[in-house]
Design a protein around this ligand. Sequence first.
Ligand SMILES: Nc1ncnc2c1ncn2[C@@H]1O[C@H](COP(=O)(O)OP(=O)(O)OP(=O)(O)O)[C@@H](O)[C@H]1O
Ligand SMILES: [Mg+2]
Length: 304
Amino acid sequence: MSVRISELQKTYGDQKALAGISFEALPGGITGFLGPNGAGKSTTMKILSGFLDQDGGTATVCGFDTRSQAEEVKRRIGYLPEHNPLYKDMYVKEYLGFVAGMHSLDKRKQRVADMVELTGLGREQHKKINALSKGYRQRVGLAQALIHDPEVLILDEPTSGLDPNQLADIRELIRGLGQEKTVILSTHIMQEVEALCDKVVIINQGEIVADGALDSLKQQAGKSGIDISIEFAEEFPLDERFKDKAVMRFSQGNSKRNWTLTVNPEKDLRGDLFRFAVENDLTLLGLSAETREVEDIFRYLTHK
Ligand SMILES: Nc1ncnc2c1ncn2[C@@H]1O[C@H](COP(=O)(O)OP(=O)(O)OP(=O)(O)O)[C@@H](O)[C@H]1O
Ligand SMILES: [Mg+2]
């Protein structure tokens, strides 16, 4: 087992940040760690990488306890913190050389050159860190997390603030790393979860509310309903006039021209809605059905 968290608790002052959470992450896959702002993601990641001490419970990395075997853990873990603190007065290569030194790596120059190549820092490698754009600083953060070739990677919002091109590059890099390593990444971007993650752990107010393969979570969410969107040219009180037992919820869009009907997944009501529109002399501009995705699961599970 690569990462195992058991009954982890953390309280800041009188605020409970982690209420005794447990989950695991295995090698050869990317675990998406999701949750609203303040849910406890960064707190968990800091504890895992040994930057913060818990109040209760345990965390192990490759079988080593983050508290009592911190050195063993540091050797095996790469961590990209949320705010990516870097020594901004250092040059990129100087900084990476410094990190390589902290890990007592051999062939440091070569290793730094490899990281520059891997994270696409080539053009910026001779600059000082404070001269870099946010995206390139993020790359330096990734390079420092990877330099000792760790088995486990903890990435706290690794793609926040990246432009669409950088986003694609960095995701590609993370996807590749996920083939061999154990990667836990936090993000607020649901497409990223769809694109990268095999497994999802959702935390809300310090408690785990979902933990499972992305596919099975989606399946579960699919059972909870599909959303049918309908648009008319005219305003129409659809919620009052269209009565069908399969409709679990009506929601109105910008006006009474746009409606979304959450329906029982066994019953696709598009045909009925089309006939209803014809019978009521309504001009139908759009009609589509969407199954529920990660975003719906997230909102459903973390809505206050
Ligand atoms: N150093 C601290 N002192 C006091 N409270 C803290 C501290 N760090 C975190 N907290 C609180 O603990 C809770 C969890 O914070 P955490 O940073 O782990 O959330 P998060 O899930 O990473 O959120 P975000 O998505 O906004 O990054 C929050 O309520 C936060 O205010
Ligand atoms: Mg955070």
